[in-house]
Design a protein around this ligand. Sequence first.
Ligand code: HEM
Length: 397
Amino acid sequence: MTLLADQWAGNPKHFWMRGERPEHPVWRDEATDIWHVYGYPEALEVLNNTEVYSSQTARRFAPENGEQFAEGNLTQLDPPEHRELRKLAAHAFTPRMVAALEPRVAEITHELIDQLQGRDRFDLVANLAYPLPIIVISEMLGVPASDYPLFKQWVDDMMAANGRYDLSDDAEKQAQDARDQIEASERITEYLLEHAGERRKRGRDDLLTRFVEAEVDGQRLTDYQIAKVCNLLLVAGHATTAMLLTNSVLCLDAFPDQQAKVRADRSLVLTAFEEVHRFMTPVSAVYRVTSTETELAGKRIPPERMVIVWTAAANRDDRQFTDPNTFDVTRDPNPHIGFGRGIHFCLGAPLARLEGRVALDIIFDRYAVLGLDPQTPPTFVPSQDLISVQDLHITVG
Ligand code: HEM
């Protein structure tokens, strides 16, 4: 299977996808003065030390309007601001609430597959992997179904700007790409701000209302904070899950013996999903900025330097994982860092895991055979921060 092996057709920067190891777990790109972290223990060191490694990266990549981008954005905050906002967000978005969604996730998956009745080939991304999480998160938030195409377009615009964005570009192009990203994101925030205002007047049984009502230690969220948190849930909550679901089908197609194992023992669906996350990590990198001078793997990093933690590469570190380039659906424990680590650990991980497990199980139930359509090879997502495909044409039987 050439897509996932030695002739990795995706981004050439993702060398670990070809089974290659970095020369050093930490490397400074002299051309850009950006620090790249590839090793697993080094990645943990960065993600667990928020005093040295700040999440306020917008001060480096979008100095003009970084503050606007960072305001109310959980992923951009350090303690203590992060602690307060995260507590409020977690108070409304609980694992128990997510667990209760299982029947609805199954229902939506079946409905989407029902619409494909009679077809023996289709694009998995457009017809299932993408709509499923966007329907789930929209229903949770309480925004109307008729608006899905609208915010799908805004999220696509954001991803396109992110895909073009490259820290090695010249400053003017970087600034323009950052502006485009912020503009697309602001459109989503404005839309959600309107909905938050409505819930303030009249509550409903939805997540937006829970955010309006959420109170921790006498603190409440402002409408703008609610709109930003919901923006993050909407954006972080669907494209990533869609990519992981797509990667699952890709990996299980690439390794038919592993697919057979999972089909024979469905209790393996969960460990298989985690292994896909390790082996083909959709969010391949997270970013930090050094607040002070520090040392990592024997290298001295000055303050105010951009640090890219390549979680996808760390997930292939043989100091942590036995046979890291072997895709093994029974791997357990599997402490991959595909959802990050430390205080910014993905808030939506329980939801992503639920959607992945339920959808994969139903896909196996409904299709005894499934494989990639050789006539229409997939296109890879262009961003260096993401590892997945934009479309995945499959044949089913
Ligand atoms: C944070 C990945 C699904 C909401 C993160 C981070 C990663 C990640 C790597 C850490 C970022 C950092 O350290 O800078 C993923 C992947 C997903 C997924 C791979 C799907 C497979 C979701 C879903 C939601 C969500 C379904 C919500 C509906 C969030 C939020 C944060 C976050 C709110 C910020 C947490 C914080 O900064 O405290 N995610 N995510 N994610 N994710 Fe996810």
